[in-house]
Write a protein that binds this ligand. Structure first.
Ligand code: S3P
Length: 449
């Protein structure tokens, strides 16, 4: 759980070249799903490379509360003894998902078609985020929800006694909503169909197929049509979680803007529904290459090599790429500030309802550091100042948002004066080894106070 302790102010100061190998942690999306699907299978799922960040640990705790046995070996191997589809028992306490929108929304889906009453809560950030986008489609299965005004947590969901299958077109590009509906569909008889107009990350579909569910995906004029046959017996799996491209984004972007850098980031998942940032950086002229392309556990994987790139140019980021890099816009804006020319980011309304309003959070911090940023409801535009020309010198608010905190720490590596964040505590939700990993590469990021 983040946001409950004393704030941790942090400072990042321009540093020498970043050099070496950055072993970033496991993928957050796949880690949540490994625990949830493992808990819904019959038998023992074994997971290696699980991200041991607070978000995922909160999901592990939740799965225990629903009756699954979740244990960790000393070497970091996790075991999940699942209770089967429809086998969740009613937790006897409130389920606290901390900072994690993915955790709470996927778990709500997974429990929505089992007749149990569950009360969910989270930290101050999560309790501000919209949940109706999930509870509306779950109501179609017969699940009832009562929460605070505006569909906010804390919220109680009573799962359907006699669930019916659902056909649902997701109104916003959201893998969390799609996944919540699919997980609910597991315990509904017949076929549940989810249609998404824009393809979002497809880990749930891939992993459900891996666990033995009958699931098909078709690209049609209507969009991507995903059909799941309910009431399968999910077979336990052995899962090696690939490293997280969203975490890799930080050392990659830091290397691109820090003079003399040359960093290797091995084993990064390059699922096309996740890799948009890397193609965008290449379009800007970044010296970023994919080495040793291979497939691991059904996902494309490569070693990324990022070198200092003083000739990057601002671009119009294609809006159709937004879903595949939605978590990476904050750190992209830091690179954009160090590029020459304007970077336009459009079709990004969803950024306003993440752990924070990420457009507002980055725009105000960048402006305080001397960068010109304009923004509207679903777009923003950063005027690049050229490599190393951002003044810096401000304290930026992280708004309980890990990616905002890490983005400003990356910014400080290239600014004339150091950049501070008021609270680096949320970094532990997704990237608990961020500070030692960056220090090892040569960054100067410290805690203050
Ligand atoms: C995630 C989906 C995305 C992303 C989040 C992880 C997931 O959220 O921002 O970090 O694992 O399904 P949305 O579904 O809200 O786009």
């Amino acid at each position: 759980m983040s946001g409950h302790g004393t704030p941790i102010p942090m400072i990042s100061t321009a540093c020498g070249p970043l050099k070496g190998v950055a072993d970033v942690p496991g993928d957050k999306s796949i880690s949540h799903r490994s625990l949830i699907l493992g808990a819904m299978a019959v038998g023992e799922t074994v997971v290696t490379g699980l991200l041991e960040g607070e978000d995922v640990l909160d999901t592990a705790k939740a799965m225990r509360a629903f009756g699954a046995e979740v244990t960790r070996d000393e070497d970091g191997t996790w075991h999940v003894h699942g209770v089967g589809v429809g086998g969740f028992s009613e937790p006897d306490q409130v389920v606290d998902c901390g900072n994690s929108g993915t955790g709470v929304r996927l778990i709500m889906g997974a429990a929505a078609t089992t007749p149990i009453a569950v009360t969910y809560t989270g930290d101050a950030s999560l309790n501000k985020r919209p949940m109706a986008r999930v509870t509306d489609p779950l109501a179609l299965f017969g699940c009832q929800a009562v929460g605070r005004s505006g569909g906010r947590l804390p919220m109680t969901l009573v799962g359907a006694e006699d669930p019916v299958p659902v056909r649902y077109t997701v109104p916003v590009p959201s893998a969390q909503v799609k996944s919540a509906v699919l997980l609910a569909g597991l315990n509904a008889p017949g076929q549940t169909v989810v249609i998404e107009k824009e393809a979002t990350r497809d880990h749930t579909e891939r992993m459900l197929a891996g666990f033995g569910a009958e699931i098909t995906t078709q690209d049609t004029e209507e969009g991507r049509v995903i059909t799941l046959t309910g009431r399968p017996e999910l077979k336990p799996q052995t899962i090696a979680v690939p490293r997280d491209p969203s975490s890799a984004a930080f050392p990659v972007c830091a290397a691109l803007i820090t003079p003399g850098s040359d960093v290797l980031i091995p084993g990064i998942g390059l699922n096309p529904t996740r890799a948009g940032l890397f193609y965008t950086l290449q379009d800007m002229g970044a010296d970023l290459t994919f080495e040793n392309m291979r497939e691991e556990g059904g996902e494309p994987v490569a070693d990324l090599r990022a070198k200092y790139s003083p000739d990057m140019k601002g671009i119009d980021v294609p809006p159709e790429r937004a879903a595949s890099m939605i978590d990476e816009y904050p750190v992209l804006s830091v690179v954009a500030a160090n590029a020459t020319g304007v970077t336009n980011m459009t079709g990004v309304k969803e950024l306003r309802v993440k752990e924070s309003d990420r457009i507002e959070a980055m725009a105000s911090g960048l402006r305080a550091c001397g960068v010109t940023v304009e923004d509207g409801p679903d777009w923003w535009r950063v005027s690049g100042m050229g490599p190393g020309n951002v003044p810096g010198g401000a304290t930026c608010a992280s708004h309980l948002d890990h990616r905002i905190a890490m983005s400003f720490m990356v910014l400080g590596m290239s600014t004339k004066d150091p950049v501070r964040v008021d609270d680096g505590q949320p970094i532990a939700t997704s990237f608990p080894i961020f500070e030692p990993l960056m220090a090892e590469l040569g960054a100067d990021i410290r805690r203050e106070g």
